[in-house]
Design a binder for this molecule. Structure first.
Ligand code: UDP
Length: 340
């Protein structure tokens, strides 16, 4: 059993990670600045309230503690915002990651699982994206994550850091039975927006573009349940015990669902007709983003359990439905950023 430091453990994916590790007998400590995460989502370990941009706070987080591995979920992760505020993205995602790596090196923690993203690939040049696909990010968010991946490769060579970077496609779903789900103050993601529309909450739902070169004209995305992402991170811990070096894996279900598919599935799961309007395309949205996760299945032994769209959306629906009505008081945080 391992002692794991989860940076960003109060956020969406980080809190599901903490739940998984605790359920499987590991010991969890959460490090989070609570800028966008939720204190209430920290249920499976102690909180160290610290910011990756504060090296002194990081030093004291590691001092006197012994971690077998770090999982790093802290990130600004909104594409549009990254275009508007690139310095904030490079500071948080690049400098913050560097500070964390430096603290790990000083304290001889040599295993890291890193949250990366499909955004490192930029506009796809093939229907299904595997790890060898060219990396050509088209926004500062993707560029910042690709730089961090490069750090990991260099750190493997220079310092013997073992790492696994997991490139998520579209994280989705919730664990309502454990009281955790996707709660961003400023929600940009499709599934939460669709479910809020079903609940009559939030702004009216907009489909960003219906003139793409896809069957129904809307963008295709590969939705993967957060619990399956957590499973992959846990497998990465074992993988790093057996393998030196820096490794990357794509995580998705390998199926593309359109915006219309998501709306229709959400309507069927919730029993509510969901009103929407068609709006112009959103800048930076590729028509199709679908992963090949063959490498993760073969080398990590990853077996996603949530392979159908309806149960993924249904888990998110049950969680959203049971939340108190969304309000600025309910959601703690800076409205403009989120922990990945
Ligand atoms: N989308 C939409 N309306 C929304 C949010 C998203 O039409 O309110 C579309 C978006 O343009 C993209 C897809 O849904 O084609 C998935 O977007 P999301 O922000 O959930 O994830 P992304 O793929 O951008 O990471």
């Amino acid at each position: 059993m391992s002692e794991v430091l989860i940076c960003g453990g109060a956020g969406y994916i980080g809190s599901h990670m903490a739940q998984w590790l605790a359920e499987h007998g590991h010991s969890v400590t959460v490090l989070d600045n609570l800028s966008t995460g939720h204190r209430g989502a920290i249920r499976w370990g102690d909180l160290i309230e610290a910011d990756l941009l504060d090296p002194a706070a990081l030093e004291s987080a590691f001092h006197g503690r012994s971690f077998d591995a770090v999982m790093h979920f802290c990130a600004k992760s909104l594409v549009g915002e990254s275009v508007a505020e690139p310095y904030a993205y490079y500071a948080n995602n690049v400098t913050g990651t560097l500070n964390l790596l430096e603290a790990m090196r000083r304290h001889e923690v040599n295993k890291l699982v890193f949250s990366s993203t499909a955004a490192v690939f930029g506009n796809p040049v093939s229907d299904v994206i595997d790890e060898e696909h060219p990396k050509a990010p088209i926004n500062p968010y993707g560029a910042s994550k690709l730089m961090a991946e490069r750090f990991l490769a260099d750190a493997a060579h220079a310092y013997g850091l073992r790492s696994v970077a997991l490139r998520y496609f579209n994280a989705a779903g919730a664990l309502p039975e454990h009281g955790i789900g996707e709660a961003h103050a400023c929600e940009t993601h499709l599934i939460p927006n669709v479910l809020r529309a079903a609940l009559g909450q939030g702004p009216s739902l907009k489909i960003f573009g219906n003139d793409y070169d896809t069957a129904d004209g809307t963008c295709l995305r590969d939705y993967v349940h957060v619990q399956d992402l957590a499973q992959a991170h846990a497998l990465a811990l074992g993988f790093m015990d057996r393998h030196e070096g820096a490794h990357t894996f794509n995580l998705g279900n390998g199926q593309g669902f359109s915006v219309h598919d998501v709306i229709a599935t959400a309507a069927s799961v919730s029993g509510v007709a969901i009103p929407y309007e068609v709006a112009p395309r959103r800048a930076g949205d590729p028509a199709r983003l679908v992963a090949s996760s063959d490498k993760a299945r073969e080398l990590l032994g990853w077996t996603p359990r949530w392979t159908e769209l309806a149960p993924i959306i249904e888990s998110a629906w049950r969680w959203h439905r049971d939340q108190p009505r969304w309000s600025p008081h309910h959601i703690h945080a800076d409205a403009s950023i989120q922990a990945a």
